[in-house]
Design a protein around this ligand. Structure first.
Ligand SMILES: CCCCCCCC/C=C\CCCCCCCC(=O)NCC(=O)O
Ligand SMILES: [Zn+2]
Ligand SMILES: [Zn+2]
Length: 512
Protein backbone atom coordinates (compact mmCIF):
# COMPACT_ATOMS: atom_id res chain seq x y z
CA UNK A 1 0.00 0.00 0.00
CA UNK A 2 2.62 2.59 1.11
CA UNK A 3 4.83 1.52 -1.79
CA UNK A 4 2.01 2.47 -4.19
CA UNK A 5 1.39 5.87 -2.65
CA UNK A 6 3.66 7.89 -4.99
CA UNK A 7 1.97 6.22 -7.99
CA UNK A 8 -1.52 6.97 -6.63
CA UNK A 9 -0.58 10.59 -5.89
CA UNK A 10 0.89 10.98 -9.36
CA UNK A 11 -2.33 9.61 -10.90
CA UNK A 12 -4.47 11.97 -8.80
CA UNK A 13 -2.35 15.01 -9.75
CA UNK A 14 -2.41 13.98 -13.42
CA UNK A 15 -6.19 13.54 -13.29
CA UNK A 16 -6.57 16.95 -11.69
CA UNK A 17 -4.29 18.66 -14.23
CA UNK A 18 -6.04 16.91 -17.12
CA UNK A 19 -9.50 17.95 -15.85
CA UNK A 20 -8.28 21.52 -15.41
CA UNK A 21 -6.80 21.54 -18.93
CA UNK A 22 -10.02 20.19 -20.45
CA UNK A 23 -12.16 22.68 -18.52
CA UNK A 24 -9.87 25.56 -19.56
CA UNK A 25 -9.98 24.44 -23.19
CA UNK A 26 -13.81 24.25 -23.13
CA UNK A 27 -14.06 27.68 -21.48
CA UNK A 28 -11.68 29.26 -24.03
CA UNK A 29 -13.40 27.63 -27.02
CA UNK A 30 -16.86 28.64 -25.80
CA UNK A 31 -15.67 32.19 -25.13
CA UNK A 32 -14.20 32.71 -28.59
CA UNK A 33 -16.96 30.90 -30.48
CA UNK A 34 -19.92 32.17 -28.48
CA UNK A 35 -22.62 33.38 -30.93
CA UNK A 36 -23.47 37.06 -31.15
CA UNK A 37 -27.15 37.91 -30.77
CA UNK A 38 -26.68 41.54 -31.75
CA UNK A 39 -27.70 42.83 -35.17
CA UNK A 40 -26.30 45.93 -36.80
CA UNK A 41 -28.52 49.01 -36.49
CA UNK A 42 -30.89 49.71 -39.39
CA UNK A 43 -29.47 51.88 -42.16
CA UNK A 44 -32.59 54.01 -41.98
CA UNK A 45 -31.89 56.26 -39.02
CA UNK A 46 -33.99 59.13 -37.71
CA UNK A 47 -34.00 61.82 -40.34
CA UNK A 48 -34.77 65.51 -39.96
CA UNK A 49 -38.28 65.70 -41.41
CA UNK A 50 -39.16 62.70 -39.23
CA UNK A 51 -37.91 64.33 -36.06
CA UNK A 52 -40.05 65.62 -33.19
CA UNK A 53 -38.06 68.32 -31.39
CA UNK A 54 -38.51 68.89 -27.67
CA UNK A 55 -39.41 72.51 -28.40
CA UNK A 56 -40.83 75.02 -25.96
CA UNK A 57 -44.43 74.12 -26.70
CA UNK A 58 -43.96 70.39 -26.14
CA UNK A 59 -41.90 70.93 -23.00
CA UNK A 60 -44.57 73.27 -21.65
CA UNK A 61 -47.21 70.59 -22.23
CA UNK A 62 -45.08 68.03 -20.42
CA UNK A 63 -44.44 70.43 -17.52
CA UNK A 64 -48.19 71.03 -17.20
CA UNK A 65 -48.84 67.27 -17.19
CA UNK A 66 -46.50 66.90 -14.21
CA UNK A 67 -48.37 69.62 -12.31
CA UNK A 68 -51.54 67.51 -11.98
CA UNK A 69 -51.24 65.72 -8.65
CA UNK A 70 -52.79 62.47 -9.83
CA UNK A 71 -51.65 60.48 -6.80
CA UNK A 72 -52.81 56.93 -6.08
CA UNK A 73 -52.65 56.13 -2.35
CA UNK A 74 -54.37 52.79 -1.75
CA UNK A 75 -56.49 50.41 -3.76
CA UNK A 76 -59.57 52.51 -4.65
CA UNK A 77 -58.15 55.63 -2.96
CA UNK A 78 -56.81 58.14 -5.43
CA UNK A 79 -57.30 61.74 -6.48
CA UNK A 80 -60.45 61.78 -8.64
CA UNK A 81 -60.61 65.56 -9.08
CA UNK A 82 -57.00 65.77 -10.27
CA UNK A 83 -57.55 62.84 -12.63
CA UNK A 84 -60.63 64.52 -14.10
CA UNK A 85 -58.66 67.77 -14.59
CA UNK A 86 -55.75 65.87 -16.14
CA UNK A 87 -58.11 64.08 -18.57
CA UNK A 88 -59.54 67.47 -19.65
CA UNK A 89 -56.02 68.85 -20.05
CA UNK A 90 -55.04 65.94 -22.30
CA UNK A 91 -58.10 66.51 -24.46
CA UNK A 92 -57.26 70.21 -24.86
CA UNK A 93 -53.54 69.62 -25.44
CA UNK A 94 -53.82 67.26 -28.40
CA UNK A 95 -56.48 68.83 -30.62
CA UNK A 96 -55.70 66.81 -33.75
CA UNK A 97 -55.90 63.49 -31.93
CA UNK A 98 -59.17 64.50 -30.28
CA UNK A 99 -60.85 65.80 -33.42
CA UNK A 100 -59.69 63.20 -35.92
CA UNK A 101 -62.44 61.06 -37.44
CA UNK A 102 -59.94 58.18 -37.27
CA UNK A 103 -59.77 58.32 -33.49
CA UNK A 104 -62.32 56.98 -31.05
CA UNK A 105 -61.72 57.83 -27.39
CA UNK A 106 -63.45 56.02 -24.55
CA UNK A 107 -63.21 57.06 -20.93
CA UNK A 108 -63.15 53.76 -19.09
CA UNK A 109 -63.73 53.21 -15.36
CA UNK A 110 -64.41 56.97 -14.95
CA UNK A 111 -60.85 58.23 -15.60
CA UNK A 112 -58.84 55.76 -17.67
CA UNK A 113 -58.42 56.50 -21.36
CA UNK A 114 -58.66 54.12 -24.28
CA UNK A 115 -57.96 55.49 -27.76
CA UNK A 116 -58.54 53.51 -30.92
CA UNK A 117 -56.84 54.91 -34.02
CA UNK A 118 -58.46 53.25 -37.01
CA UNK A 119 -55.96 51.74 -39.44
CA UNK A 120 -56.65 51.64 -43.18
CA UNK A 121 -56.08 47.88 -43.41
CA UNK A 122 -58.64 46.01 -41.32
CA UNK A 123 -56.93 42.71 -42.03
CA UNK A 124 -54.02 43.65 -39.76
CA UNK A 125 -54.29 42.91 -36.03
CA UNK A 126 -54.23 46.05 -33.89
CA UNK A 127 -51.41 46.78 -31.44
CA UNK A 128 -51.41 48.74 -28.20
CA UNK A 129 -49.19 51.27 -26.42
CA UNK A 130 -49.89 51.52 -22.69
CA UNK A 131 -49.01 53.85 -19.85
CA UNK A 132 -50.76 55.34 -16.83
CA UNK A 133 -52.12 58.65 -15.57
CA UNK A 134 -51.42 58.19 -11.87
CA UNK A 135 -48.28 58.59 -9.78
CA UNK A 136 -47.10 57.49 -6.33
CA UNK A 137 -47.17 59.95 -3.42
CA UNK A 138 -44.08 62.05 -2.76
CA UNK A 139 -41.66 61.46 0.09
CA UNK A 140 -39.09 63.74 1.72
CA UNK A 141 -40.37 66.90 0.03
CA UNK A 142 -37.65 68.98 1.69
CA UNK A 143 -34.95 67.02 -0.15
CA UNK A 144 -36.27 67.70 -3.63
CA UNK A 145 -34.13 69.99 -5.74
CA UNK A 146 -37.29 71.38 -7.33
CA UNK A 147 -40.85 71.12 -6.03
CA UNK A 148 -42.18 67.61 -6.83
CA UNK A 149 -45.25 68.76 -8.74
CA UNK A 150 -43.63 71.72 -10.47
CA UNK A 151 -42.38 70.15 -13.68
CA UNK A 152 -39.58 72.70 -13.30
CA UNK A 153 -36.84 72.75 -15.92
CA UNK A 154 -33.44 72.90 -14.24
CA UNK A 155 -30.02 72.26 -15.81
CA UNK A 156 -31.52 70.30 -18.71
CA UNK A 157 -33.83 68.16 -16.53
CA UNK A 158 -37.57 68.32 -15.95
CA UNK A 159 -38.27 67.58 -12.29
CA UNK A 160 -41.36 66.06 -10.79
CA UNK A 161 -43.38 63.02 -9.83
CA UNK A 162 -44.31 61.11 -12.96
CA UNK A 163 -41.46 62.32 -15.18
CA UNK A 164 -40.07 58.76 -15.50
CA UNK A 165 -43.04 56.82 -14.10
CA UNK A 166 -44.88 57.24 -16.37
CA UNK A 167 -46.19 60.55 -17.71
CA UNK A 168 -43.22 60.56 -20.10
CA UNK A 169 -44.68 57.66 -22.10
CA UNK A 170 -48.26 58.90 -21.80
CA UNK A 171 -47.37 62.36 -23.12
CA UNK A 172 -44.64 61.05 -25.45
CA UNK A 173 -46.94 58.63 -27.26
CA UNK A 174 -49.67 61.29 -27.58
CA UNK A 175 -47.12 63.79 -28.95
CA UNK A 176 -46.06 61.18 -31.52
CA UNK A 177 -49.65 60.52 -32.54
CA UNK A 178 -50.49 64.24 -32.72
CA UNK A 179 -47.39 64.79 -34.91
CA UNK A 180 -48.34 61.93 -37.19
CA UNK A 181 -52.03 62.81 -37.56
CA UNK A 182 -51.30 66.49 -38.12
CA UNK A 183 -49.32 65.37 -41.16
CA UNK A 184 -52.49 63.70 -42.41
CA UNK A 185 -51.02 60.26 -42.02
CA UNK A 186 -53.44 57.40 -41.48
CA UNK A 187 -51.76 54.33 -40.01
CA UNK A 188 -52.34 51.06 -41.84
CA UNK A 189 -52.59 49.06 -38.65
CA UNK A 190 -55.13 49.97 -36.00
CA UNK A 191 -53.49 51.29 -32.87
CA UNK A 192 -54.76 51.46 -29.30
CA UNK A 193 -53.42 53.80 -26.65
CA UNK A 194 -54.39 52.59 -23.18
CA UNK A 195 -53.83 54.76 -20.11
CA UNK A 196 -54.95 53.34 -16.76
CA UNK A 197 -55.61 55.64 -13.82
CA UNK A 198 -54.59 53.42 -10.87
CA UNK A 199 -51.56 51.44 -12.01
CA UNK A 200 -49.68 52.34 -8.85
CA UNK A 201 -52.27 50.54 -6.72
CA UNK A 202 -52.78 47.49 -8.91
CA UNK A 203 -54.84 48.77 -11.86
CA UNK A 204 -58.03 47.16 -10.49
CA UNK A 205 -60.31 50.01 -11.60
CA UNK A 206 -58.38 51.21 -14.68
CA UNK A 207 -56.35 48.71 -16.71
CA UNK A 208 -58.53 45.84 -15.47
CA UNK A 209 -61.60 47.56 -16.95
CA UNK A 210 -59.72 48.44 -20.17
CA UNK A 211 -58.77 44.76 -20.48
CA UNK A 212 -62.41 43.75 -19.94
CA UNK A 213 -63.67 46.24 -22.55
CA UNK A 214 -61.23 44.93 -25.17
CA UNK A 215 -62.05 41.32 -24.30
CA UNK A 216 -65.77 42.03 -24.70
CA UNK A 217 -65.02 43.57 -28.10
CA UNK A 218 -63.29 40.29 -28.98
CA UNK A 219 -59.99 42.08 -29.70
CA UNK A 220 -56.78 40.15 -30.19
CA UNK A 221 -53.76 42.42 -30.04
CA UNK A 222 -50.63 41.78 -32.15
CA UNK A 223 -48.38 43.23 -29.49
CA UNK A 224 -48.51 45.41 -26.41
CA UNK A 225 -45.84 47.81 -25.20
CA UNK A 226 -46.05 49.23 -21.68
CA UNK A 227 -43.67 51.08 -19.34
CA UNK A 228 -40.75 48.90 -18.30
CA UNK A 229 -37.03 48.53 -18.10
CA UNK A 230 -34.81 51.34 -19.43
CA UNK A 231 -31.78 51.74 -21.64
CA UNK A 232 -29.08 51.12 -19.06
CA UNK A 233 -25.88 53.13 -18.91
CA UNK A 234 -23.55 51.31 -16.53
CA UNK A 235 -26.38 49.25 -15.04
CA UNK A 236 -25.18 45.80 -16.07
CA UNK A 237 -21.83 44.52 -14.78
CA UNK A 238 -19.27 44.14 -17.56
CA UNK A 239 -21.28 46.03 -20.20
CA UNK A 240 -19.82 49.38 -21.21
CA UNK A 241 -22.17 50.13 -24.12
CA UNK A 242 -25.74 51.33 -23.65
CA UNK A 243 -27.93 48.32 -22.96
CA UNK A 244 -31.59 48.48 -23.99
CA UNK A 245 -33.43 46.14 -21.65
CA UNK A 246 -36.63 44.84 -23.22
CA UNK A 247 -38.69 43.00 -20.63
CA UNK A 248 -40.33 39.97 -22.20
CA UNK A 249 -41.65 38.81 -18.84
CA UNK A 250 -42.47 40.24 -15.45
CA UNK A 251 -41.88 39.04 -11.91
CA UNK A 252 -44.85 37.95 -9.82
CA UNK A 253 -45.63 39.60 -6.52
CA UNK A 254 -46.94 38.74 -3.08
CA UNK A 255 -47.88 41.43 -0.62
CA UNK A 256 -48.25 40.11 2.91
CA UNK A 257 -49.61 41.71 6.05
CA UNK A 258 -47.81 40.37 9.11
CA UNK A 259 -49.73 40.77 12.32
CA UNK A 260 -49.02 40.04 15.98
CA UNK A 261 -51.64 40.41 18.72
CA UNK A 262 -50.51 40.13 22.35
CA UNK A 263 -51.66 41.47 25.66
CA UNK A 264 -51.04 45.22 26.03
CA UNK A 265 -51.12 47.20 29.22
CA UNK A 266 -49.20 49.61 31.44
CA UNK A 267 -45.62 50.32 30.34
CA UNK A 268 -44.42 50.01 33.96
CA UNK A 269 -45.14 46.24 34.04
CA UNK A 270 -43.97 44.81 30.71
CA UNK A 271 -43.96 41.10 29.92
CA UNK A 272 -40.78 39.57 28.53
CA UNK A 273 -42.04 39.81 24.92
CA UNK A 274 -44.27 42.38 23.26
CA UNK A 275 -46.21 42.40 20.00
CA UNK A 276 -43.65 44.88 18.67
CA UNK A 277 -40.71 42.70 19.76
CA UNK A 278 -42.18 39.51 18.30
CA UNK A 279 -42.91 41.17 14.97
CA UNK A 280 -39.48 42.82 14.87
CA UNK A 281 -37.79 39.43 15.30
CA UNK A 282 -39.90 37.98 12.46
CA UNK A 283 -38.97 40.88 10.20
CA UNK A 284 -35.28 40.57 11.07
CA UNK A 285 -35.36 36.87 10.23
CA UNK A 286 -36.88 37.66 6.83
CA UNK A 287 -34.24 40.28 6.10
CA UNK A 288 -31.42 38.00 7.30
CA UNK A 289 -32.64 35.07 5.21
CA UNK A 290 -33.17 36.22 1.64
CA UNK A 291 -35.02 33.93 -0.75
CA UNK A 292 -32.71 31.55 -2.63
CA UNK A 293 -30.49 32.92 -5.37
CA UNK A 294 -32.03 31.54 -8.59
CA UNK A 295 -29.72 33.27 -11.01
CA UNK A 296 -29.24 31.28 -14.19
CA UNK A 297 -32.51 29.36 -13.96
CA UNK A 298 -34.76 31.91 -15.70
CA UNK A 299 -34.80 34.50 -18.50
CA UNK A 300 -31.86 36.36 -16.89
CA UNK A 301 -29.56 33.62 -18.20
CA UNK A 302 -30.67 34.46 -21.76
CA UNK A 303 -29.92 38.12 -21.08
CA UNK A 304 -26.32 37.16 -20.26
CA UNK A 305 -26.07 35.18 -23.50
CA UNK A 306 -27.39 38.12 -25.51
CA UNK A 307 -24.68 40.44 -24.28
CA UNK A 308 -21.85 37.93 -23.73
CA UNK A 309 -19.86 38.79 -26.85
CA UNK A 310 -19.99 42.51 -26.05
CA UNK A 311 -18.77 42.32 -22.47
CA UNK A 312 -15.38 43.16 -21.04
CA UNK A 313 -13.10 40.08 -21.14
CA UNK A 314 -13.54 38.73 -17.58
CA UNK A 315 -17.33 39.03 -17.82
CA UNK A 316 -17.30 37.68 -21.36
CA UNK A 317 -15.62 34.52 -20.09
CA UNK A 318 -18.17 34.18 -17.29
CA UNK A 319 -21.23 34.92 -19.45
CA UNK A 320 -20.14 32.54 -22.24
CA UNK A 321 -19.70 29.77 -19.70
CA UNK A 322 -22.64 29.94 -17.36
CA UNK A 323 -22.64 26.12 -17.28
CA UNK A 324 -19.53 26.51 -15.10
CA UNK A 325 -19.61 30.01 -13.66
CA UNK A 326 -23.31 30.46 -12.91
CA UNK A 327 -22.73 30.37 -9.11
CA UNK A 328 -20.01 33.03 -9.40
CA UNK A 329 -22.20 35.32 -11.54
CA UNK A 330 -25.08 34.68 -9.13
CA UNK A 331 -22.90 35.96 -6.30
CA UNK A 332 -21.77 39.03 -8.28
CA UNK A 333 -25.41 39.84 -9.08
CA UNK A 334 -26.53 39.45 -5.48
CA UNK A 335 -24.23 42.27 -4.35
CA UNK A 336 -26.21 45.26 -5.66
CA UNK A 337 -29.94 45.88 -5.22
CA UNK A 338 -30.55 46.46 -8.94
CA UNK A 339 -28.85 43.22 -10.02
CA UNK A 340 -29.95 41.23 -6.97
CA UNK A 341 -33.53 41.84 -8.17
CA UNK A 342 -32.69 39.65 -11.21
CA UNK A 343 -31.26 36.86 -9.10
CA UNK A 344 -34.01 36.09 -6.61
CA UNK A 345 -37.41 36.78 -5.15
CA UNK A 346 -36.93 40.04 -3.27
CA UNK A 347 -38.26 40.97 0.16
CA UNK A 348 -39.08 44.61 0.88
CA UNK A 349 -40.44 45.75 4.21
CA UNK A 350 -42.73 48.62 3.20
CA UNK A 351 -44.80 49.36 6.31
CA UNK A 352 -44.41 48.93 10.05
CA UNK A 353 -47.05 50.20 12.46
CA UNK A 354 -47.54 49.78 16.17
CA UNK A 355 -48.20 51.76 19.30
CA UNK A 356 -50.38 54.71 20.25
CA UNK A 357 -48.63 56.28 23.23
CA UNK A 358 -45.23 56.36 24.95
CA UNK A 359 -46.44 54.65 28.14
CA UNK A 360 -48.88 52.13 26.62
CA UNK A 361 -47.71 48.64 25.60
CA UNK A 362 -49.17 48.12 22.15
CA UNK A 363 -51.35 45.01 21.91
CA UNK A 364 -50.88 44.94 18.14
CA UNK A 365 -48.05 45.27 15.63
CA UNK A 366 -48.48 45.18 11.87
CA UNK A 367 -46.02 45.14 8.98
CA UNK A 368 -46.32 44.83 5.22
CA UNK A 369 -43.88 42.85 3.10
CA UNK A 370 -43.73 43.34 -0.66
CA UNK A 371 -42.16 40.35 -2.41
CA UNK A 372 -41.37 40.38 -6.15
CA UNK A 373 -41.27 36.78 -7.26
CA UNK A 374 -38.54 35.41 -9.52
CA UNK A 375 -39.95 34.01 -12.81
CA UNK A 376 -38.91 30.49 -11.80
CA UNK A 377 -40.62 30.59 -8.40
CA UNK A 378 -44.27 30.78 -7.30
CA UNK A 379 -46.56 32.48 -4.79
CA UNK A 380 -46.91 29.20 -2.86
CA UNK A 381 -43.14 28.68 -2.66
CA UNK A 382 -42.62 32.20 -1.32
CA UNK A 383 -45.32 31.83 1.31
CA UNK A 384 -43.92 28.48 2.44
CA UNK A 385 -40.40 29.91 2.66
CA UNK A 386 -41.55 32.86 4.80
CA UNK A 387 -43.47 30.62 7.20
CA UNK A 388 -40.40 28.42 7.70
CA UNK A 389 -38.09 31.38 8.24
CA UNK A 390 -40.39 33.13 10.73
CA UNK A 391 -41.19 29.86 12.48
CA UNK A 392 -43.48 31.52 15.02
CA UNK A 393 -47.24 30.80 15.08
CA UNK A 394 -47.88 34.09 16.87
CA UNK A 395 -47.04 35.94 13.64
CA UNK A 396 -50.06 35.75 11.34
CA UNK A 397 -49.44 36.03 7.59
CA UNK A 398 -52.35 37.48 5.61
CA UNK A 399 -52.21 37.80 1.83
CA UNK A 400 -53.08 41.31 0.65
CA UNK A 401 -52.54 40.71 -3.04
CA UNK A 402 -50.62 38.35 -5.27
CA UNK A 403 -49.85 37.40 -8.88
CA UNK A 404 -47.71 34.61 -10.28
CA UNK A 405 -44.82 35.57 -12.56
CA UNK A 406 -46.02 36.38 -16.09
CA UNK A 407 -45.62 34.17 -19.15
CA UNK A 408 -42.63 34.98 -21.38
CA UNK A 409 -43.33 36.73 -24.68
CA UNK A 410 -41.53 35.64 -27.86
CA UNK A 411 -38.16 37.26 -28.53
CA UNK A 412 -35.19 36.96 -30.85
CA UNK A 413 -34.98 36.54 -34.58
CA UNK A 414 -38.04 34.33 -34.80
CA UNK A 415 -40.27 37.02 -33.35
CA UNK A 416 -41.05 39.78 -35.90
CA UNK A 417 -42.57 42.06 -33.26
CA UNK A 418 -39.54 41.80 -30.96
CA UNK A 419 -37.27 42.49 -33.96
CA UNK A 420 -39.38 45.48 -34.92
CA UNK A 421 -39.03 46.79 -31.38
CA UNK A 422 -35.28 46.17 -31.52
CA UNK A 423 -35.04 48.03 -34.82
CA UNK A 424 -36.98 51.01 -33.45
CA UNK A 425 -34.72 51.14 -30.39
CA UNK A 426 -31.67 51.10 -32.66
CA UNK A 427 -33.07 53.99 -34.68
CA UNK A 428 -33.02 56.10 -31.53
CA UNK A 429 -29.93 54.46 -29.99
CA UNK A 430 -27.77 53.25 -32.93
CA UNK A 431 -24.96 52.09 -30.65
CA UNK A 432 -27.03 50.32 -28.03
CA UNK A 433 -27.11 46.60 -27.43
CA UNK A 434 -30.63 45.24 -27.17
CA UNK A 435 -31.44 42.33 -24.89
CA UNK A 436 -34.49 40.50 -23.63
CA UNK A 437 -34.84 40.54 -19.87
CA UNK A 438 -37.60 40.48 -17.30
CA UNK A 439 -39.22 43.29 -15.40
CA UNK A 440 -38.29 43.39 -11.74
CA UNK A 441 -41.33 45.55 -10.89
CA UNK A 442 -44.91 45.21 -12.09
CA UNK A 443 -47.08 46.92 -14.67
CA UNK A 444 -50.67 47.16 -15.88
CA UNK A 445 -49.90 44.42 -18.42
CA UNK A 446 -51.04 41.89 -15.79
CA UNK A 447 -54.58 42.85 -16.90
CA UNK A 448 -53.82 42.40 -20.59
CA UNK A 449 -52.41 38.88 -20.56
CA UNK A 450 -55.36 37.33 -22.40
CA UNK A 451 -55.30 39.98 -25.16
CA UNK A 452 -51.87 39.20 -26.58
CA UNK A 453 -49.05 36.70 -26.35
CA UNK A 454 -46.50 39.37 -27.29
CA UNK A 455 -46.26 41.77 -24.34
CA UNK A 456 -43.17 43.94 -23.85
CA UNK A 457 -42.22 46.42 -21.14
CA UNK A 458 -39.69 49.07 -22.08
CA UNK A 459 -38.91 52.70 -21.29
CA UNK A 460 -37.04 54.41 -24.15
CA UNK A 461 -34.87 56.59 -21.88
CA UNK A 462 -31.33 56.18 -20.55
CA UNK A 463 -30.81 55.44 -16.85
CA UNK A 464 -27.58 55.33 -14.86
CA UNK A 465 -27.25 53.54 -11.50
CA UNK A 466 -27.70 56.85 -9.65
CA UNK A 467 -31.05 57.37 -11.42
CA UNK A 468 -32.64 54.16 -10.12
CA UNK A 469 -33.53 55.51 -6.64
CA UNK A 470 -35.51 58.27 -8.38
CA UNK A 471 -38.24 55.70 -9.21
CA UNK A 472 -40.83 56.27 -6.46
CA UNK A 473 -38.11 58.30 -4.68
CA UNK A 474 -36.91 61.88 -4.34
CA UNK A 475 -35.85 64.05 -7.26
CA UNK A 476 -37.63 62.05 -9.93
CA UNK A 477 -36.62 63.74 -13.18
CA UNK A 478 -36.07 63.22 -16.90
CA UNK A 479 -33.57 65.02 -19.10
CA UNK A 480 -34.92 67.02 -22.02
CA UNK A 481 -32.79 64.84 -24.28
CA UNK A 482 -34.42 61.70 -22.89
CA UNK A 483 -37.93 63.12 -23.27
CA UNK A 484 -37.12 63.96 -26.89
CA UNK A 485 -35.95 60.37 -27.41
CA UNK A 486 -39.20 59.10 -25.87
CA UNK A 487 -41.37 61.09 -28.32
CA UNK A 488 -39.28 60.04 -31.30
CA UNK A 489 -39.20 56.42 -30.21
CA UNK A 490 -43.02 56.25 -30.22
CA UNK A 491 -43.18 58.08 -33.53
CA UNK A 492 -40.80 55.62 -35.19
CA UNK A 493 -42.57 52.69 -33.60
CA UNK A 494 -45.91 53.78 -35.06
CA UNK A 495 -44.30 54.26 -38.48
CA UNK A 496 -42.50 50.90 -38.28
CA UNK A 497 -45.68 49.08 -37.33
CA UNK A 498 -47.08 49.98 -40.74
CA UNK A 499 -44.39 48.00 -42.50
CA UNK A 500 -45.06 44.32 -43.07
CA UNK A 501 -43.79 42.62 -39.94
CA UNK A 502 -42.92 39.36 -41.68
CA UNK A 503 -40.96 40.90 -44.55
CA UNK A 504 -37.52 42.41 -44.77
CA UNK A 505 -36.86 45.56 -42.85
CA UNK A 506 -34.34 48.10 -44.00
CA UNK A 507 -32.66 45.58 -46.31
CA UNK A 508 -31.88 43.27 -43.39
CA UNK A 509 -34.15 40.37 -44.29
CA UNK A 510 -31.45 37.85 -43.48
CA UNK A 511 -31.56 39.05 -39.89
CA UNK A 512 -35.20 38.21 -39.27
C1 LIG B 1 -28.16 43.11 -15.56
C2 LIG B 1 -29.01 44.20 -15.80
C3 LIG B 1 -29.03 45.14 -14.71
C4 LIG B 1 -30.06 46.13 -14.94
C5 LIG B 1 -30.45 46.68 -13.74
C6 LIG B 1 -31.50 47.69 -13.64
C7 LIG B 1 -32.70 47.54 -14.27
C8 LIG B 1 -33.74 48.30 -13.60
C9 LIG B 1 -34.91 48.00 -14.31
C10 LIG B 1 -36.04 48.56 -14.11
C11 LIG B 1 -36.34 49.50 -13.05
C12 LIG B 1 -37.56 50.16 -13.45
C13 LIG B 1 -38.60 50.07 -12.45
C14 LIG B 1 -39.77 50.81 -13.01
C15 LIG B 1 -40.93 50.54 -12.26
C16 LIG B 1 -42.12 51.17 -12.82
C17 LIG B 1 -43.33 50.38 -12.65
C18 LIG B 1 -43.97 50.50 -11.30
O1 LIG B 1 -43.69 51.36 -10.48
N1 LIG B 1 -44.91 49.62 -11.03
C19 LIG B 1 -45.54 49.48 -9.78
C20 LIG B 1 -44.86 48.48 -8.93
O2 LIG B 1 -44.11 47.64 -9.41
O3 LIG B 1 -45.09 48.50 -7.71
ZN1 LIG C 1 -45.43 53.18 -13.66
ZN1 LIG D 1 -44.50 53.27 -10.31
Amino acid sequence: MWANLPRILTLVVRGFVLTLAVLTAVVVIRTVTFPSYQTSPPECKTTDPDFIPADEERLARFTSAIQFQTVSYERGVGTPQELAKFVRFIQKSFPTVHSSPMVRRDVVGNYSLLYRVEGSDASLQPYMLASHLDVVPITEEANWEAPPFSGQLKDGYIYGRGTIDAKHSLMGSLEALEFLLSRRHQPKRTLYLAFGHDEETGGHFGAKVIGDVLTQRGEKIAFILDEGSPVGDGLAPGVSKLLALVSVAEKGFLQLRLEVNEEGGHASMPRSESAIGILSKAISKLEDNPHPNMFGTGPEARMMEYVATEMTLPYRILASNLWLFSPLVAWVYSRKPQTNAFARTTTALTRFNAGVKDNVISPEAVAVIDHRIHPMSSVEEVMEFDRKVINDPRVKLNVINNRPPSPTSPYGKDSPTYMMLQETIQQIYPDALVTPTFMVANTDTRHYLNLSSAIYRFNPYVMTPSDLPRFHGVNERISVQNYERVMNFYYHLIVNMDKPLELKRHGHEDEL
